[in-house]
Each structure stands twice: as structure tokens, then as C-alpha cells.
Design a binder for this molecule. Structure first.
Ligand SMILES: [Zn+2]
Length: 348
């Protein structure tokens, strides 16, 4: 079947490739409709590796996907042919120790789309476990369905934060994930989110949402800005989404005593942290790796109109133009939050 294949660093082709698509009794077959371009896809394209995951042979990209069920396995009761769905790209071993603890996202045996050597889904169809496939409510589009995967990271961060209604949150880093975290924090009960970045364009975009105010750390010191906004007390929750050592150095100066720091961004190299500052505030530190058990909640928020992800789709490309989509994503335009590729022109 035709797919977008990353042949090696910097070389993408649209070509036929043999992909195993055998159905088991607990699987569904899905015709793909919309697939988002993720920072990780782009990073494999430009660098060929992320941490220990190295591209050694051609790999199909794409893991943020929505489509239509065309066939269901014999044991599948909650989905039927014709259902519009989105899918979790990580497939754990359901009987693993981590899965049994409800932590299937950190199951060492998880296979994840478009993470070498596992193929992604920038192709016409896939076969997926029904248990990790979610029906889209009628008022949720394929474009929104394909946004659930990146939004799920925000959902996981908000869940890990254990927000109390009315909390003030700071999000450091206004990239795609930073915005997703800010929206999930507001949906989860935060009264306001201060988001920091060096890009005025990104901050302006985030500020189009009620409850989000931007702090340009090129112009304003983040510690001073948070102090001014909180009467010197600090933020109840700080979500670190930049992975930047400069932001990480100040984390424990902006969280309030007894507050929570949630680490979402992944620094490329180990970075120093002020543990004495963390201890003196007795703050709680949480970490986030992908997500578990949040796709259904993300869809519920979108369907209820509590979270609007549509303004974050910055560009839509036809499958034939998917290499152009990746070239644009690799430019890293500050106004681009999410680019999506349409594999099937039918419906929305
Ligand atoms: Zn992604």
C-alpha cells in the first residue's frame, strides 16, 4: 500500500510498501482519514533518531490519526464498520506488570507508531487493537480526532498535577505541547494560565484563548512576572514544557510553597536543577510520559465544547503533498501549531 516512508535522514518518499495488516479477533481495521505531523516525526526526518530510538531502515511516519472503521474482529463489541474513530498509537502488552498497574504508557514492551522500528500510519489503512480505538462523537471532526493524541499529553499533565479548582498555573514553553497543556489545565479547573516563551507569535496565538496570558521571557523576567501575578506567593502548579535549561533553572522559584511542578518537556541533555529550592518549598514533582486512560476524557471535553482545538490546525495538506507538509514542518514556523495530512477526501 502507498505510504509516506522515511527512507533515511532527510529523505522522504511516497511509495508502495508491504505492511502487515492481519486482523485478530480483538482488532479493528481502519481506513485512515487525517494524520497530524508531530514534532517527533519531523525529528526522525531531520535527525534520524530520538534518544535510543534510531532509524536503521525505512519507516512509515505518522502517529496522530483518525479514520473510519471498515471491519471489526469477532470479539469487538463497542465498535462497528462505519464508526469514525481515533487511535492511541502506543500498544502495550495488556498483561505486563506496568499495564496491570494502570501504567501502560510506561510498559517497557509498548510498541508505538512511527518509533523505530515500528511503522506509523501515513498510509491508507491500519489494523489496531479495538481497546485502543475510540469512537468520535458526531460533533467531533476527523481533524479534531487527529488532535486528540497531542492533546492527550496535556490531559496526562493536568491529571498528574491533581489540579484544585481555581489554581493558577504557569506553563513554560508555548509550543504545541505547551498550548495543549494550558488548555487541559484550564479544562481541569485552573482559573488562569500564564504561559512563557521567547516567540511573540506563539504567545499571541495562545492568548486567543480565554484564561491564557503570555509572558515573553525575552522582555520580562519570568520570576518577576509570576511574583507580580500572584502577589509574591508563586503559582500553584508549574508545567515545564520547554525542555530548556534556562526555564528549568527557575522552576522552583516560581512555584508556591507546597505547590506542584510537572515535568513534561524532555531536555536533549541532562540539565541541572535547584533541589535546595525545591526542598525549601516542599513542592511535589510529577513527571509525564505520553498518556494513559485519557483519550476518552479528551474526546468528552472536545464534544462538550470545553476545549476547542480547531484553531490550532495551521495547515492541511493532501496525501500527495505530504513531503511538502514535512518540509514546512521542518522549517519550524512560529505560527504553525499543527499541520495535518488528509489521506481520504471523504467526509470530515
Ligand atoms: Zn505526536
Amino acid at each position: 500500500m502507498k505510504a509516506l516512508v522515511l527512507e533515511r535522514v532527510g529523505e522522504l518518499t511516497l511509495r508502495d510498501i508491504d505492511l502487515a495488516r492481519t486482523m485478530g479477533p480483538d482488532d479493528v481495521r481502519v481506513r485512515l482519514h487525517t494524520v497530524g505531523v508531530c514534532g517527533s516525526d519531523v525529528h526522525y526526518y531531520t535527525h534520524g533518531r530520538i534518544g535510543n530510538f534510531v532509524l536503521n531502515e525505512p519507516m512509515v511516519l505518522g502517529h496522530e490519526a483518525a479514520g473510519t472503521v471498515t471491519e471489526v474482529g469477532a470479539n469487538v463489541a463497542h465498535l462497528k464498520a462505519g464508526d469514525r474513530v481515533c487511535m492511541e498509537p502506543g500498544i502495550p502488552d495488556p498483561s505486563s506488570r506496568a499495564s496491570r498497574l494502570g501504567l501502560y504508557n510506561v510498559d517497557p514492551a509498548v510498541t508505538f507508531w512511527a518509533t523505530p522500528p515500528v511503522h506509523g500510519v501515513l498510509c491508507s489503512e491500519t489494523v489496531h487493537p479495538a481497546g485502543f480505538t475510540y469512537k468520535l462523537p458526531d460533533n467531533v471532526s476527523f481533524a479534531e480526532g487527529a488532535m486528540v493524541e497531542p492533546f492527550a499529553v496535556g490531559m496526562q499533565a493536568a491529571a498528574r498535577a491533581r489540579i484544585t479548582p481555581g489554581d493558577t498555573a504557569v506553563v513554560t514553553g508555548c509550543g504545541t505541547i505547551g498550548i495543549m497543556v494550558a488548555l487541559a489545565a484550564l479544562a481541569g479547573g485552573c482559573s488562569r494560565v500564564l504561559i512563557s516563551d521567547v516567540s511573540p507569535i506563539k504567545l499571541k496565538l495562545a492568548e486567543t484563548y480565554d484564561g491564557i496570558s503570555g509572558i515573553n521571557v525575552r522582555e520580562t523576567n519570568l520570576v518577576d512576572a509570576v511574583d507580580a501575578a500572584t502577589g509574591g506567593w508563586g503559582a500553584d502548579i508549574v508545567f515545564e514544557c520547554s525542555g530548556a535549561s534556562a526555564a528549568i533553572a527557575d522552576l522552583f522559584k516560581i512555584v508556591r510553597p507546597g505547590g506542584t511542578v510537572v515535568l513534561v518537556g524532555l531536555p536533549v541533555e541532562p540539565v541541572p536543577m535547584d533541589i535546595a529550592a525545591a526542598c525549601s518549598r516542599e513542592c511535589r514533582i510529577e513527571t509525564v510520559f505520553r498518556y494513559a486512560n485519557v483519550f476518552d476524557r479528551a474526546l468528552a471535553l472536545i464534544a462538550a465544547g470545553k476545549v476547542d482545538l480547531k484553531p490550532l490546525v495551521s495547515g492541511t495538506f493532501a496525501f500527495e503533498d505530504s513531503i511538502a507538509a514535512f518540509k514546512r514542518a521542518a522549517e519550524g514556523r512560529p505560527e504553525d501549531v499543527k499541520l495535518q495530512i488528509i489521506l481520504d477526501g471523504e467526509g470530515n
